[in-house]
Design a protein around this ligand. Structure first.
Ligand code: FMN
Length: 189
């Protein structure tokens, strides 16, 4: 599957089949993260690959108060990847100039993971609703690392619909007119 197809096909999947993701495919997906670009090539990311169901079941419980209803489906995912990062000195300097490169780096790598998974027929959904402190404790993340985002992965439980096949269903997205300027912000083509 080429990259444009993967972009079109990808959609958030929150219902997963019982089938486990094959080791070989997990390796391919992680390789896509490893090859991602990063500022000054620092690669200060770390990916915690969670396939222990007893840990995955705990994840929806590690959310901020009042948001429990938002992520109960995560407990049925066969795999969750926690995208973590720390900062190199180059990131600290960049921050003096308001550049959050450490977050950009890990976000790009996680997008690589999502698209690689899509190309392999695996569904994904990002999860931003979690209590970072509780989750760090659960996953034994060192103090100098933070969790940027989680990605739940698994084979989709539902067959693609007529509309979703080939990514041709209209996605609820702003049109390009609204989100693109030329040369200066607000200047249209
Ligand atoms: C950073 C980030 C955090 C997200 N957090 C959640 C979440 O906590 N729970 C959830 O159900 N979906 C979450 N999503 C999925 C979005 O709701 C979804 O990507 C968006 O509605 C667009 O739909 P699509 O992915 O099917 O194109 C998150 C997506 C991103 C990029």
């Amino acid at each position: 599957m080429d990259v444009f197809k993967a972009i079109q096909w990808r959609r958030s999947i929150r219902r997963f089949a019982l089938k486990k993701i094959e080791r070989e495919k997990i390796s391919q997906i992680l390789e896509a993260a490893r090859l991602a670009p990063s500022s000054s090539n620092r690669q200060t990311w770390h990916f915690v690959v969670i396939d222990d169901t007893s840990i995955i079941e705990q994840i929806p419980k590690q959310v901020a108060l009042g948001t429990k209803m938002l992520v109960p489906w995560v407990s049925n995912a066969p795999l969750v990847i926690a995208g973590c990062y720390t900062k190199a000195w180059t990131h600290v300097v960049a921050q003096l100039f308001s550049h959050e490169n450490h977050l950009v780096d890990v976000s790009i790598a996680m997008a690589h993971i999502a698209l690689a998974a899509t190309a392999l027929g695996i569904g994904t959904c990002f999860v931003g609703w979690f209590n970072e402190k509780k989750l760090k404790h659960l996953l034994h993340i060192p103090v100098n690392y933070k969790i940027a985002v989680l990605l739940a992965l698994g084979y989709p439980a539902d067959a693609p619909t007529k509309e979703s096949i080939g990514g041709i269903d209209p996605r609820p997205r702003k049109n390009l007119e609204e989100i693109v300027s030329y040369n200066k912000f607000g200047v249209k083509f």
